[in-house]
Ligand binder design. Structure first.
Ligand SMILES: [Zn+2]
Length: 156
């Protein structure tokens, strides 16, 4: 099933963890609609701007989300959030472009550390189809083996 010009549902529900543990990862009709919206509002514009992107995680059923250690309130479980990266562009540049050009609910620059290479980490971005998008920007980093979320883009 095609969701937009360059994206297929398959890319947004595939999960090696779900395959490995035999976990069902089929979205409900409502979640499928959310996936379609986030694809049109976020993924396709990023693809048009930067070229081919890799989706690391889209929809997660509650069982899968628990298995991968996702937050209990994860927007991945509603089909509203996607994790992705563009291999030729530093993740910070992609995230910055989204923040300047697209409507989003939450944008997180995850574990990007230029010292570990331009491709380190990934971008998490969510979009709510009801329009209640907060435009919230965060940076996730690991400090003393703990995940810490900071407000805005924080580079180090
Ligand atoms: Zn995510």
């Amino acid at each position: 099933m095609r969701l937009s010009k360059n994206f297929w549902l398959n890319e947004l529900i595939k999960s090696p963890t779900a395959d490995r543990f035999g976990i069902s990862n089929e979205p409900t009709t409502d979640h499928l609609l959310n996936l379609t919206v986030v694809t049109h509002q976020i993924l396709q514009p990023v693809r048009d701007k930067f070229g081919v992107i890799t989706v690391n995680s889209g929809y997660r059923s509650p069982t899968l989300n628990t298995k991968v250690g996702g937050s209990k309130t994860s927007q991945h479980c509603n089909g509203e959030a996607v994790d992705f990266e563009q291999l030729g562009t530093p993740n910070y540049e992609v995230a910055k472009w989204i923040s300047d050009n697209l409507e989003f609910d939450q944008l997180i620059l995850e574990f990007y550390n230029p010292k570990q290479g331009a491709n380190s980490g990934w971008v998490h971005c969510s979009h709510k189809k009801d329009g209640s998008n907060r435009g919230k920007i965060m940076t996730a980093m690991r400090i003393n083996k703990k995940t810490v979320y900071k407000k805005g883009f924080v580079l180090r």
